[in-house]
Design a protein around this ligand. Structure first.
Ligand SMILES: C[S@@+](CC[C@H](N)C(=O)[O-])C[C@H]1O[C@@H](n2cnc3c(N)ncnc32)[C@H](O)[C@@H]1O
Length: 248
């Protein structure tokens, strides 16, 4: 059974909700085109999440999906697992409505909530076995990332894990260096997109992305209290994105 919690009207929504809605309307189609072409390595990320579930959660568990989008990765990953509850969080109502369709008919409880990811984590102390966040924490500046990681640590039950996939940069690289390094290379890599689609995407990356070096993601996780932090997977080629595992 799926429960969809949205704000009754626009006035109750946080100020940045309209930003997320714009992101959804203008960029979701482009993002989906990339995802279908495995441009953001969802295939490998899904395999990593499945392996973690198989090796660590041979028992009932709960799964919190931050910035879930249409929840399609989680739907695949959780198939055949012992998950009892899936919570999907996103600021975009259309994304949650897609997620409700994707999750229709699953055997576990599903709750989809129109919430900011940090607020959602703060409201779920010691309640999650697995938290997954795909490509959404890098919008936060470094101090907010630290706060987010500390809140994530508190939201996990003992033995719980947090897994994320986020942009990474070289040690000492500025954001300007990062965007300069990637502008033409990314155009080549994302050749499936038209020039107009790529321009939309590039504008988002150029204005919203704050990558961190892999060693800083690890250090921030350790400072937040995680007992172990590992880089699990790095996108092939030059430094662009990695998946990290944070163990409570
Ligand atoms: C790049 S997509 C990632 C979707 C999915 N996690 C994945 O890995 O493919 C970003 C999603 O995050 C949502 N989003 C962005 N900022 C958010 C925030 N602060 N709180 C909740 N959702 C957010 C957007 O609405 C969008 O659905």
């Amino acid at each position: 059974m799926t429960q969809l919690h949205t704000h009754a009207d626009g006035t109750a929504a946080p100020a940045h909700a309209s930003e997320a809605l714009d992101m959804f309307q203008y960029e979701w189609g482009i993002y989906q085109k990339l995802v279908r072409a495995n441009g953001m390595h969802h295939r490998e990320l899904g395999q990593i999440l499945r392996r973690l579930i198989e090796t660590r959660f041979d028992r009932p568990f709960t799964f919190l999906d931050l910035a879930c989008g249409d929840a399609s990765l989680a739907r695949c990953v959780l198939k055949g697992s012992k998950v009892t509850r899936y919570d999907g969080i996103d600021l975009s109502r259309p994304a949650l409505e897609c997620a409700a369709d994707v999750m229709a008919g699953v055997s576990y409880a599903v709750t989809l909530s129109e919430e900011d990811i940090h607020d959602a984590v703060l409201q779920r102390p010691q309640s999650c076995d697995i938290i997954w966040c795909g490509f959404s924490i890098h919008h936060l500046r470094r101090d907010r990332k630290r706060e987010m990681l500390a809140s994530l640590h508190e939201a996990l039950k003992p033995g719980g894990i947090f897994v994320c996939a986020e942009p990474i940069c070289r040690t000492g690289e500025t954001r300007a260096d990062f965007t300069k390094r990637w502008e033409s290379e990314l155009r080549r890599r994302f050749s499936i997109l038209t020039d107009t689609e790529y321009a939309h995407l590039w504008n988002h990356i150029r204005t919203c992305d704050y990558p961190e070096p892999p060693e800083d993601w690890i250090a921030m996780g350790e400072q937040a209290g995680f007992s172990r932090v590992q880089e699990l997977f790095r996108f092939p080629g030059d430094l662009f994105c990695s998946a990290f595992l944070f163990e409570r």
